[in-house]
Design a protein around this ligand. Structure first.
Ligand SMILES: [Zn+2]
Length: 111
C-alpha cells in the first residue's frame, strides 16, 4: 500500500480519469444515437457499418479502461491497492504514478 500522500494523489488522478472516460463514453453514445436512421439513403452503407464497428471497438476499449479505474478505486477503499494481482507483491510507486489503474507489477503486466 503506497503512503498517504501518494494514495491521495493516485485517487485524484483515478477519479479524474474516471470522469474523462465517462465523458468520452457519453459522447460516443450520443454520436451513435444521432447516427441511427442514416443507413437507408446512404450511398455506401458498408462504410457506415465499418465506422459503427470502429465506434464499438473504441467504446469497448474505453469501457475496459473505466472498469480498471473503478476497480483500482475499490481497491484503494479496501486497502489492497498497489499490489500485483498475480504475485501479490507491491507495485513500485513510479509505475503506479505512471499507470494508476494498473493491476499488475512490471513483471506480470500484459498477462
Ligand atoms: Zn506480479
Amino acid at each position: 500500500m503506497p503512503d498517504e500522500d501518494l494514495s491521495a494523489a493516485l485517487r485524484a488522478s483515478l477519479e479524474e480519469e474516471q470522469r474523462t472516460l465517462l465523458a468520452q463514453l457519453g459522447e460516443i453514445q450520443s454520436d451513435t444515437d444521432e447516427g441511427q436512421g442514416f443507413d437507408d439513403n446512404f450511398a455506401d452503407s458498408g462504410q457506415v457499418a465499418a465506422e459503427q464497428g470502429e465506434v464499438r471497438v473504441v467504446a469497448t476499449t474505453l469501457q475496459e479502461q473505466l472498469d480498471d479505474v473503478e476497480h483500482a478505486l475499490v481497491r484503494l477503499d479496501e486497502g489492497t491497492y498497489g499490489t500485483c494481482e498475480t504475485c501479490r507483491q507491491p507495485i513500485v510507486a513510479a509505475r503506479l504514478e505512471a499507470m494508476p489503474a494498473t493491476r499488475f507489477c512490471i513483471e506480470h503486466a500484459g498477462a
